[in-house]
Design a protein around this ligand. Structure first.
Ligand code: FAD
Length: 500
């Protein structure tokens, strides 16, 4: 670090007021910082991150095999080419983000081990005041900003969700949640039961199977998986032609998005055909003798829950090899030596992994107050799924669940920077979504329609989430293809955004 850079770094770290404060230095927070630098270069900003490093999800989760379940051409940013395989391990994703921090000179803006505890808006000063806990000193300091950009993700990073299974305290072995994986957990030669059948279980089983005596995936009900080779043939072909990486990235993204659009449409209009295709993939890996009806034929429509990709069918391969097995049943009780099932069968275990999901954290569990009034987020109505009625100068990056999260983070980042520039041009200090006359009394529905998308962590938290209305701009469209046109063209002067 030369002297000027060091001095700038020190000044950045010492300041307590910024035009924009970004909460979280995961993939969304880094995206927000990139867009601010590109499109609002005159705005000062900092990222406040609770953990000791960047990456969010990819820093928190350290369980064996931890990887993406969607492809990195679309999970990566639109503006930074991905050079690797479509499905990537956490270390590769962290390397990618690390490159971004250097290339875009974002690192100096991040303050680690800073937990935002409260956020208080004053209409008088048109600022947010944050109480920020500094982990290294245990002290709370105040920071202020004009715009609060919430990039804190959607789940509690400190702890995962574990149901209260009967008899858990009787079990003499070790119970582990994947979100808190002990560094020294030795599963060599052990009998392991993984409870759950989502992307986490599908990652853990193939990663651990060769070292365990045996590993069992215990599921209450089956999940759809898409098994395919972890290679993007179009990317390989373009790379072999020495096409610039930026072009390859863009072309491959577009191709993947086109395929996803076709699959999504088919899942809605011809769900049975899509289901049969997924089951055929499973059959090709598992062979005819496998009870696919029982273990891999869910009762829900494909796409009602996130469809996880399993690269090279690795989960199926381990099941076929006999190193792993799947049991579809319900837990009666934990016992001293394992789990007794409702069918009466017993599963012996030295280690039980509860891959049972997340707990949602609404707005990072930060206590929000506006002009002295505590805000209950559940009473708010969302403005296009990232701003909220009567919340001034605040956006929460909430990505797609079915498509890659980052596609929406990019769209929101572009929108927020356009909005900030619009405010600057108007001389406005704040923007607040407010219901217009024509919006009063509109029909309200849940933030996420359970008919459309219904994983457990969402269902468990819907009552704490804001509502959506029945017309634009009060809808949360979970559809990249609609939003990629709606958001860049959204009218900033339609009366639903009030500037002061
Ligand atoms: C194991 C796993 C695999 C996943 N794979 C995919 C995938 O393949 N494709 C996909 O689209 N999505 C995937 N997801 C969803 C994933 O979480 C998001 O796609 C994405 O990583 C979220 O990025 P983010 O930056 O918005 O939030 P996060 O990654 O959750 O990061 C938020 C950051 O904010 C910090 N923070 C939170 N609260 C506070 C606070 N009060 N003060 C200060 N800092 C705070 C956290 O410490 C964290 O670092 C996966 C999720 C998990 C858990």
């Amino acid at each position: 670090m030369n002297v000027n850079v060091a001095a700038q770094h020190e000044a950045d770290q010492a300041a307590t007021h910024f035009d924009v404060l970004i909460v979280g230095a995961g993939i969304s927070g880094i995206d927000a910082a990139y867009h601010l630098q590109q499109h609002c270069p005159e705005r000062s900003f900092a990222l406040l991150e609770n953990q000791e490093s960047f990456g969010g999800t990819w820093m928190t989760h350290t369980y064996p095999g931890i990887r993406s379940d969607s492809d990195l051409f679309t999970f990566g940013y639109g503006w930074k080419p991905w050079h690797g395989k479509p499905i990537a391990r956490a270390d590769k994703i962290l390397n990618y983000l690390n490159e971004v921090l250097d290339e875009q000179d974002i690192r100096r803006h991040i303050r680690y081990q800073r937990q935002v505890v409260t956020a208080t808006w004053s209409s008088e000063t048109q600022t947010w005041t944050l109480e920020v806990l500094q982990h290294e000193t245990g002290q709370t300091v105040e920071m202020t900003c004009n715009f609060l950009w919430m990039c804190q993700g959607y789940y509690k990073h400190q702890e995962g969700y574990t149901p209260d299974f009967p008899g858990m305290s009787d079990f003499k072995g070790q119970i582990v949640h994947p979100q808190r994986w002990p560094d020294d957990l030795d599963y060599t030669g052990k009998k392991v039961v993984v409870i759950g059948s989502g992307a986490t279980a599908a990652t853990l089983i193939p990663a651990m199977a060769d070292d365990c005596e045996h590993i069992t995936m215990l599921q209450r009900s089956p999940t759809y998986f898409a098994a395919r080779p972890n290679v993007n043939e179009l990317a390989e072909q373009l790379r072999s032609l020495d096409i610039p990486e930026e072009w390859t990235h863009e072309i491959v993204r577009r191709n993947i998005l086109k395929e996803q659009r076709m699959i999504t449409a088919a899942a809605v209009h011809t769900p049975e055909a899509v289901k049969q295709q997924l089951l055929t993939m499973a059959k090709e890996y598992l062979g005819d003798g496998f009870d696919i009806d029982r273990h891999f034929t869910p009762s829900y429509r494909p796409w009602q829950q996130r469809l996880a990709l399993i690269p090279d069918g690795d989960l199926y391969q381990k099941l076929k090899s006999g190193k792993a097995s799947v049991v579809t049943d319900q837990i009666e009780t934990f016992t001293e030596t394992g789990i007794r099932l409702k069918s009466g069968d017993e599963l012996e275990a030295d280690i039980i992994v509860t891959a049972t999901g997340f707990n949602m954290a609404i707005l990072g569990d930060i206590a929000f107050t506006i002009d002295g009034k505590p805000m209950n987020f559940a009473d708010r109505i969302t403005w296009r799924g990232f701003m909220y009625s009567d919340f001034p100068n605040m956006a929460w990056v909430f990505g797609y669940f079915r498509a890659s999260w980052t596609l929406r983070a990019d769209l929101i980042s572009a929108f927020v920077t356009r909005l900030l520039n619009h405010m600057a041009a108007k001389g406005a200090k704040s923007v607040t979504p407010e219901l217009r006359d024509q919006d009063q009394g509109m029909k309200l529905g849940p933030f996420i329609d359970p008919e459309n998308f219904n994983p457990g962590y969402v269902s468990r938290s819907l009552d704490r989430m804001p509502k959506q209305g029945d017309h634009e701009p009060w809808l949360f469209e979970h559809d990249y293809f609609a939003e990629k046109d709606i958001l860049p063209a959204a009218d900033l002067e339609d009366g639903s955004l009030v500037y002061r």
